[in-house]
Design a protein around this ligand. Structure first.
Ligand code: UTP
Length: 261
């Protein structure tokens, strides 16, 4: 029977050192872009993809993320009393009623792989999405995660969202090598975390969107510390690739990271 993606993990326990001093006391994911915090764009992208369970992996200083998605009784009462119905509707629409939020903790920032593993008990053995909110991806038509969920429905394999980057910038990304199986879709042959340009296998970079099968958890458990002394999701994906197909997908849309928004 084919499986569907109903859960998304948002690893938001990182220290955000590259965005200091803005992130000294404020979670990076709560920084506003136009009129909404980054994390809200990420959740909206997941909702648009048909995902209904949002799992946030929080660290210290990140409680504001949980507060943002909580019902704010006092504020709603005040807005009701003063007849500010438009604002009230906007507040209530932050999270559609069918969506459930679950909050788990990563006690120590040991890396993205470790953060994803913190969600294991909630995810179980199902395929799930991972969205890194600091990569903001906008697409006027079908959101990035929706495109990936649709591809998963056909392929039933793990999928990494990828983008071609400036070859001089490979040291900032996980970089893949793949063989194309359809336009924009490749089968992964290798993946390496933050290679220097002179040794990078390509300029095809993994950005902050993944769909992973439940098998990734066991691979993370066997993954030691890699680049930067962290437990890297990239290394666990490299191990997963030996057991089952992992696809790369060049999504339609524009990505903005902390240097651009
Ligand atoms: P980054 O590598 O961008 O790290 O993590 P960061 O901590 O946010 O930022 P810098 O490097 O210190 O500036 C990618 C994603 O993985 C999460 C981050 O919150 C971000 O969404 N992450 C990273 C964790 O949740 N836990 C970790 O231990 C590491």
């Amino acid at each position: 029977m084919s499986k569907r993606v109903s859960k998304a993990v948002f690893p938001v326990a990182g220290l955000g050192t590259r965005s200091l001093p803005a992130t000294k006391a404020v979670a990076k994911e709560m920084l506003p872009v136009v009129d909404k915090p980054l994390i809200q764009y990420a959740v909206e992208e997941a909702v648009a993809a048909g995902i209904d369970t949002m799992i946030f992996v929080l660290g210290r200083n990140k409680n504001s993320i949980a507060d943002h998605f909580d019902k704010s009784y006092e504020l709603e009462k005040e807005l009701e009393k003063s007849g500010k119905t438009e604002l009230l509707d906007m507040l209530r629409s932050i999270l559609p009623p069918h969506v459930t939020c679950v909050f788990v903790r990563q006690a120590e920032a040991l890396g993205l792989g470790h953060a994803v593993h913190c969600a294991k008990a909630v995810v179980g053995d199902e395929p799930f999405a991972v969205i890194l909110p600091d990569d903001l991806i906008e697409d006027g038509q079908r959101g990035c995660m929706k495109q990936m969920v649709d591809l998963f429905a056909e392929q039933q394999s793990s999928i990494l969202g990828v983008e071609r980057v400036d070859p001089k910038e490979t040291h900032k990304y996980g970089i893949v090598e793949h063989s194309e199986i359809a336009p924009g879709v490749g089968r992964l042959q290798s993946i390496v975390e933050k290679p220097k340009p002179e040794v990078a296998p390509s300029n095809i970079a993994v950005v902050g969107r993944y769909i992973l099968t439940g098998a990734i958890f066991e691979k993370i458990e066997k993954t030691g510390r890699g680049a930067g002394g962290e437990i890297q999701l990239t290394d666990a994906i490299a191990a997963l690739m030996n057991d089952e197909p992992v696809l790369s997908y060049e999504f339609a849309g524009n990505r903005y990271d902390e240097r651009q928004y």
